[in-house]
Design a protein around this ligand. Sequence first.
Ligand code: PEP
Length: 254
Amino acid sequence: MTARIPVVAGNWKMYKTPSEGAAFVSALASRIGIPVGVEVLVAPPFTGLAAAVTAAEGSSVEVAAQNIFWEEQGAFTGEIAPGMLADLGVGWAIIGHSERRQLFGETDQAVARKVRATIDHGLRAILCVGESEQERDADLTEERLTSQVAKGLGELSAGGCSELVVAYEPVWAIGTGRTATPQMAQEACALIRRRLAEIVGAEEAEYVRILYGGSVKPDNFAELMAQPDIDGGLVGGASLDVESFARLVEIAVA
Ligand code: PEP
């Protein structure tokens, strides 16, 4: 069985000013030190990226963007290109978060272009997939995940999978306090790995980290992390507090 290094990623959404974010990164870095066997990242809003990168220098904390646009440059008011983020020292981008899909009309095709552009520019992509509550109730979870994985990888060049992390985030569990049971999360993550294997081959799929996201907290994370196909967490609310985020990092390495 392949050893996959866990990832604990904090999605700050539209919280924290640049100075709050920098102070958080400094406090987190001294709280966790240089933990072995885990990758730790925070995703501030665009305005906080530069300050977070500076604060993270020399520490174990990496910085992710919450979104990107796929073009290199041009007349795309309000958008940010992956090359601009790479130049800033940002190493990762979250792509296709359900809030972007639902609130900002992001389509599977846009997600596929963003995944490709992120990886083509040397950043690592966290592709978010997950079913809505209606889809789960209608027994459409498998169909939805299969389609989101296939479409999300639709533009990826050969070998691009090595820079890809997938986050399984059931929409009904995000920010609601309702976590998927470890068994439900494991089933979904195992399904995602099987679908990845069909697309990129079983060997490559074994190396892809699959994170669970949806109301992760220090008191439910250990059981989720114990599942064989869960390789970390994409965390919203609990990533906004240094102590709870640091606890999640400790659980991931335990
Ligand atoms: C998220 O924003 O990706 C998320 C999972 O949020 P929360 O942990 O607050 O449910």
